[in-house]
Write a protein that binds this ligand. Structure first.
Ligand code: SF4
Length: 324
């Protein structure tokens, strides 16, 4: 089975943007690929954080991933800091990565420009990301468009290390673009993001979801119920495409274009479609909340499976680099 590696920041409970943009895809892929799914808490500390929050958010992310359908009996789900080989390989790869390539990364320039004091960890973030992937000799990495540049750097680091120490040792990981394009926030202005407050949390109860959907932005040109709308520019229609069956999507588009219904009716249909998918996820999360040891055990098993692969890689890399 080809191997994939996926990483996700411990941002707490998933929102539907993370779910549709990444995690739902991983749930499907875990049956086609040998999957390593990592909660990347070492990456998270390159941004300002509070230790107590980080611990809580790491646990919540694990609950969300398991509730969303990641099966710890099929995929290897673990926390990055439970496998110290990630930082060991990152250091070794740092020694062959030119500074200029790190400084050219768009995400670094963007994040650094918003900070008064820039930690070196922010610059070296893509090297740790390369280590995450190469440690498991991953063939494929599911990514969004905004991660393509970092993955290209991982490929470059693999090529550079292979050329210097062992031709063909690390595979050059290939990107697998996630099928759902990025999900806009309910304000319709920007990507769905917890910091912008425009999200729906994956585990939010029905009534709370409706409170957010009801005032959510639609086609801005549709002022009255009698105005025909354009679903292609409407954020609610994008969510229909993610959650509603195809026949419903066709019906929604026709009703919108002919002013056959108002946006509130359209949103009610969306809320119903979301319930079909989200109710079982919420039920699993309630079950896990009642049995937190199951989460701890799943992460423990995942870490020991990940470590057995990671240790072999580190031993081989050290040997080829002449490090005893
Ligand atoms: Fe959007 Fe539906 Fe309103 Fe059309 S009817 S603008 S798809 S919410």
């Amino acid at each position: 089975m080809p191997r994939i590696f996926s990483g996700i920041q411990p941002s707490g409970e998933l929102h539907i943007g993370n779910y549709l943009g990444a995690v739902r895809n991983w749930v499907g892929l875990q049956h086609e690929f040998e999957s390593f799914i990592c909660i990347v808490n070492y990456h998270a500390i390159t941004q300002p954080f509070e230790p107590v929050d980080l611990m809580r958010r790491t646990h919540e992310m694990a609950v969300s991933l398991l509730a969303a359908g990641i099966d710890p009996g099929v995929a290897t789900l673990f926390v990055q800091s439970h496998v110290p080989e990630h930082t060991e390989l990152a250091w070794l790869l740092n020694t062959i990565t030119p500074l200029g390539e790190l400084e050219r990364q768009t995400q670094f320039k963007d994040k650094a420009s918003r900070q008064e004091s820039v930690p070196a960890g922010l610059l070296n973030y893509p090297v740790l990301q390369a280590a995450d992937i190469l440690l498991y000799h991953a063939d494929i990495v599911p990514v969004g468009e905004d991660q393509i540049q970092h993955l290209e750097l991982s490929r470059e680091i693999a090529r550079r290390w292979n050329a210097r120490f062992a031709e063909g040792y690390f595979p050059e990981p290939q990107p697998k673009l996630t099928p759902t394009r990025r999900i806009m926030g309910l304000d319709g202005n920007a990507k769905m993001s917890k910091s912008l407050g425009n999200t729906v949390a994956l585990l939010e109860p029905t009534a709370a979801i409706w409170e957010k959907l009801r005032p959510a932005m639609t086609d801005p040109a549709r002022v009255r119920k009698t105005d025909p709308g354009n679903p292609d520019v409407c954020n609610i229609y994008q969510l229909h495409k993610a959650f509603s069956p195809e026949a419903t999507q066709v019906h929604v588009a026709a009703q919108c274009r002919s002013a056959g219904w108002g946006c509130i009716e359209c949103k009610r249909v969306l809320a119903d479609s979301m319930e079909v998918e989200l109710v079982p996820i919420r039920a699993r999360a309630v079950e896990l909340a009642a049995h937190p040891q199951r989460v701890t055990d799943a992460l423990g098993d995942g870490a020991s499976r990940a470590r057995s692969v990671a240790r072999t890689t580190i031993d081989e890399v050290r040997e080829r680099m002449g490090i005893a």
